[in-house]
Design a binder for this molecule. Structure first.
Ligand code: GLU
Length: 439
């Protein structure tokens, strides 16, 4: 870690993600001298390559805008680089390296043949017109196409990149390469997409919570759930929670959170799609639309008493004070649905108090898992029905849960899912790297 800190000064999120993984795999690593002899850690923490590039584009007023684009190809021991693209003003190399690093282990856990990567740009989609988003996506792909391909690197969505953006990116890739292939996932159904991909991250996380609850002989029925965010991931989670008889009571945006005492179900769930399409990135309109809810400005939902907390927004959105609030309010389960939404001291507080805790790299792996299934369908040039995709997703989430239990169960019976996920994800990648030699 000391060496890594020296070589990557100021990359706070990246160092946080690596520190967490290294701490959990220490014992396993020391039991296998081969890992050290082959420099597995030193090779694993250094991305295979990083492309950064200029994205010039013209806005609706005719002004030239310049953004910075990235693709981090982190590790391809298990398959082509695979991971989303994030368009958000906060995007920098530290954030993309943390996301790419997490993606290696997450993708390993899915049991599918996919390596780890991540990309994006410091672009602000908020307030942009559809035409501006299209021109930006096209300009981004003008550089990215050179290093991606269906057997090389397969990007997808993340924050700020949904079905609309994947469409514009795919169109430009096809034009530049004269090649119609499954080079991106999260595509539209008519042009190579998979059923259940939009819902997959949220559905998968709820299946994971179900498995965790079952270890304590409990179910989702009647549970009050606090959810943060209101984008694609939150939407999928709310939909599945509602189907299983849980009551979702909160959602949030960068502007604050809404508390809906009657629960978020039916047309309220569909309304999230409208909110998202508006490009405004605020949750406050929800409270104006539905009278059963109240809006609290500038706060996060973790002060609301709940049985289960599901952070679905972004990294480090739940800190130690929030975790303490959840503990005090008798919350029994925290499931990370975003990538690394809990700060390290929040995780410590949650686990120390015996709550069920699922790390994002295990619980949110359903999204990339169905991306992997989309790649399979593209390779076979056919479509699976929704039931088939959903049942495979369910099976994958059960398998990830079982791996976490296998490597994370403590002698006192408490399951350290973070440790279990890190060890299970790491072992597969490390052994593949050993097999493939020093490259
Ligand atoms: N961005 C998602 C993630 O964090 C999905 C990536 C993908 O489908 O490739 O896992």
């Amino acid at each position: 870690m000391a060496d890594l800190e020296k070589r990557n000064p100021g990359e706070v999120e990246y160092l946080q993600a690596v520190r967490e993984v290294l701490a959990s795999i220490e014992v396993i690593y020391n039991q296998n001298p081969q890992f050290e002899k082959s420099g597995i850690i030193e090779r694993l923490v250094e991305p295979d390559r990083i492309l950064t590039f200029k994205i010039p584009w013209v806005d609706d007023q005719g002004n030239v805008q310049v953004n910075r684009g990235y693709r981090v190809q982190f590790n391809n021991a298990l398959g082509p680089y695979k991971g989303g693209l994030r368009f958000h003003p906060s995007v920098n190399l530290s954030i993309l390296k943390f996301l790419g690093f997490e993606q290696i282990f997450k993708n390993s856990l899915t049991t599918l043949p996919i390596g780890g990567g991540k990309g994006g740009a410091d672009f602000q989609p908020k307030g942009k017109s559809n035409a501006e988003i299209m021109r930006f996506c096209q300009a981004y792909m003008m550089e990215l196409w050179k290093i991606i391909g269906p057997e090389t690197d397969v990007p997808a969505g993340d924050i700020g990149v949904g079905g609309r953006e994947i469409g514009f990116l795919f169109g430009m890739y096809k034009k530049l390469t004269n090649n119609y292939s499954g080079v991106l996932t999260g595509k539209g159904l008519a042009w190579g997409g998979s059923l259940v991909r939009p819902e997959a991250t949220g559905f998968g996380a709820v299946y994971f919570v179900q498995e965790m609850m079952a270890t304590r002989k409990d179910t989702m029925q009647g549970k009050k759930v606090a959810v943060s965010g209101f984008g694609n991931v939150a939407w999928g989670a709310v939909k599945k929670l509602d189907q299983l008889g849980a009551k979702v009571i909160t959602l949030s945006g960068p502007d604050g959170y809404v508390y809906d005492k009657e629960g978020i179900s039916g047309n309220k769930i569909d309304y999230l799609l409208e909110l998202r399409a508006s490009n405004e990135d605020i949750i406050e309109p929800y409270a104006r639309q539905f009278k059963s809810s109240t809006f609290t400005s500038g706060k996060r939902p973790w002060e609301v008493p709940c049985d289960i907390a599901m952070p679905c927004a972004t990294q480090n959105e739940l800190d130690q004070a929030d975790a303490q609030n959840l503990v005090n309010n008798k919350c029994s389960c925290v499931c990370e649905v975003a990538n690394m939404p809990c700060t390290p001291d929040a995780v410590e507080t949650i686990q120390h108090n015996g709550l069920l805790y699922a790390p994002g790299k295990a619980a949110n792996a359903g999204g990339v898992a169905v991306s992997g299934l989309e790649m399979t369908q593209n390779a076979m040039k056919l479509h699976w029905p929704a039931e088939e995709v959903d049942s495979r997703l369910h099976e994958i989430m059960r398998a990830i849960h079982a791996s976490c239990v296998l490597y994370g169960k403590r002698p006192d019976g408490y399951i350290d899912y973070a440790k279990g996920a890190n060890i299970a994800g790491f072992l597969k990648v490390a052994n593949a790297m050993l097999d493939q030699g020093v490259i």
